[in-house]
Every structure is written in C-alpha cells, then in structure tokens.
Design a protein around this ligand. Structure first.
Ligand code: TYD
Length: 225
C-alpha cells in the first residue's frame, strides 16, 4: 500500500490474535439482507463446533442499547460528531464487555451486524466527517480493532427501497433520510471496499438469498482454510 495519511492511520489498527478465533462483520445499506445472512453464517459455523456470538451495533450491551434508543429515536438532527461519538461509545463498551473477552478462547467467532465500516460510510461519507476523522477517532484501544473479514452486501437503491416498503413499519432516524444520503452511503461502501481490499468482500445481494449465502460460505471456508 502507498503511504498516505489514510494508510498511515490504517496501519495503526490490529486484528484479534487468538489462534483459531475469528472476527466477522456484515455491512450494507437498509434492506441489504444482513440479518438473513448472519443467521446462515451462524448456523454454518456452529455446525462446525465453533463457539459463535452474534451481536449488533449500535447496542449489544445494556448501555449500548440505551444509546441505540437515543440515536435511532432522536427527534432532532444530531451534530455529525455527536452522532459519531455515540456510535463509538456503544462500540467501545461492546468490545470491552462482549467481544474481546469472548475472542480470548480459541475456536471462538464473533459475528457483528455493522461495525467500523458503518461509521466510516454513515458518519464519514454521508455526514461528511471524512474517513480520516473517523479513523483518527478509532486510534485508541480497544477501538483500533478490525475484523478479519467483512462482507459488504451490495444492493442498489431501488432494491433497498422496495425491501424497506415490503417491511413497512415506522421509519427510524436514518431510514427517513433522502435518496442522496443513501447514494452517498453506497458510494462510501464502494470506496471502503477499495481501501480495504483484503478485508472487505463485496457480495451482490440483489440475487436470491441462497445465492448470496453460497458466495459468503464459500469464501468463509476458503478463509478458514
Ligand atoms: P438498524 O435498525 O440496526 O439498521 P439495519 O437494520 O439497517 O442494520 O439501525 C442502525 C442504524 O444506525 C443504521 O441506519 C445504520 C446506523 N449506523 C451508523 O450510522 N453508524 C454506525 O457506526 C452504526 C454502527 C450504525
């Protein structure tokens, strides 16, 4: 990788080091099918005898769930930095309470529904803080931990809207955003896939869900080997 402010920042991150442990994250815009694919990955890995813990962000701890409530039900627009710090507070607590202790045992897998790439694209790109600011805010332990592998479930905006309409229900803080916001999110995820080509695998998630699952599990098997 060429030396640049971003690559210098990225070089300060680490991955969990317990042999045989695995840290995975799933990313994508609303309606990309993360929850469905997470269930498949979880079942696949549990069948292999691995200890699997699935968590979501923001949330996953008592404190984090309170932050989740505060962000997603916010009735006033938050300053992008306020928003960003709330996600990071939830993340630091989740790492301390649930991720790092669990990954100490060999044969343990943590699967996260959203992680640092959500902050990079939602707050970094869509809210315009920039990748550099968001990465800088992650420099302190334990936030400087990257997943071993990230699956970015890629869909287009029309598919996202169609799936959101089918799901129905009240729109939260982010779901009420306009089309330009979603387009920026997608652009951000594509940029991230280029910035972290070894960690992030982009998977076309417009296909039937079984096709997406097969792509992910095939890659995961290669990765485990
Ligand atoms: P959630 O209902 O979990 O969304 P989804 O089902 O699409 O995963 O709500 C989490 C929202 O928070 C989602 O819109 C993405 C956003 N988010 C950020 O903006 N930054 C972050 O760092 C994280 C983790 C989530």
């Amino acid at each position: 990788m060429k030396t640049s402010p971003l690559s210098n920042l990225i070089s300060l991150f680490r991955v969990p080091e317990t042999p045989g442990s695995l840290f995975l994250s799933l990313e994508g815009i609303e309606g990309s099918g993360k929850s469905t694919q997470i269930k498949e990955i979880e079942a696949h890995l549990a069948k292999k005898g691995l200890r699997v813990r699935t968590l979501r962000e923001p949330g996953g701890t008592v404190f984090g769930e309170k932050l989740r409530e505060a962000i997603l039900n916010s009735s006033s627009p938050l300053h992008p930095l306020a928003e960003c710090h709330l996600f990071l507070a939830s993340r630091a607590q989740l790492l301390k309470e649930k991720i790092l202790p669990f990954l100490l045992a060999p044969g343990s897998v943590v699967i996260l529904d959203r992680y640092i790439d959500s902050t990079l694209t939602y707050q970094g790109i869509a809210r315009e803080l920039g990748f550099e600011t968001v990465l800088t805010l992650h420099q302190h332990d334990p936030l400087n931990l990257l997943p071993h592998r990230t699956y970015f479930l890629d869909i287009d905006l029309a598919t996202s809207y169609a799936r959101q309409d089918k799901r129905g229900g009240k729109k939260d803080y982010f779901e009420s955003e306009k089309q330009e916001f979603y387009q920026r999110l997608l652009d951000g995820y594509h940029e991230l896939a280029e910035l972290f080509p070894e960690r992030i695998l982009k998977v076309d998630s417009r296909n039937a869900k079984e096709v997406t699952t097969k792509t992910i599990l095939t890659d995961l098997e290669k990765f485990l080997a």
